[in-house]
Design a protein around this ligand. Sequence first.
Ligand code: SF4
Length: 184
Amino acid sequence: MNEELYNLIERLANLLRHETRQTGLAMGLQPVQQEALYYLSICNRYSDTLLAVTDYLGLTKGTVSQTLKVLETKGLIEKVKDSEDKRITHLKVTEAGRTFLTQTCPPQQFSEVACKLSAQAQGTLQEALTEMLHQYQQRSGRNGFGVCRQCKYNQSSQGRFVCGLTKESLSVQDTKQICREFTQ
Ligand code: SF4
């Protein structure tokens, strides 16, 4: 076990969390509200429900309900009924929510530092961290919420994508989002 690696990741995560929280707080959102909003901006249509947000954040349903209510009141998300199954309510990030995220995620100082790395160094780092994340998710039994294009059900042919689980078409944008049904 490389202890220095653990220390580096822990310190980076701490700084990143601190800067994100400070920026979000200055703009009127508590950390948990920011996390829920950010999650809803990167997840796909199978994962934008109250239950999925609860799963992802690992919090109680009551806490997440309150959090989402604040985001809705502030006009950062809106509820949209599923077009085929009216029992399902999707939580969509509004234009105002996207504007908020553009200004806060990733936070400015983190972006400036990351941009100083060469494209090659960024690529190498991304590859190593992706591999580590996959391994960690598998070991911890929390292997949902991966990026769609890396899912075993993601089927592609001639530039078109289909989800092998739901049999529905996926756009290129869908394949870049995270999904609670992700399977390695
Ligand atoms: S291919 Fe996998 S990750 Fe993508 S939508 Fe289907 S189940 Fe989710």
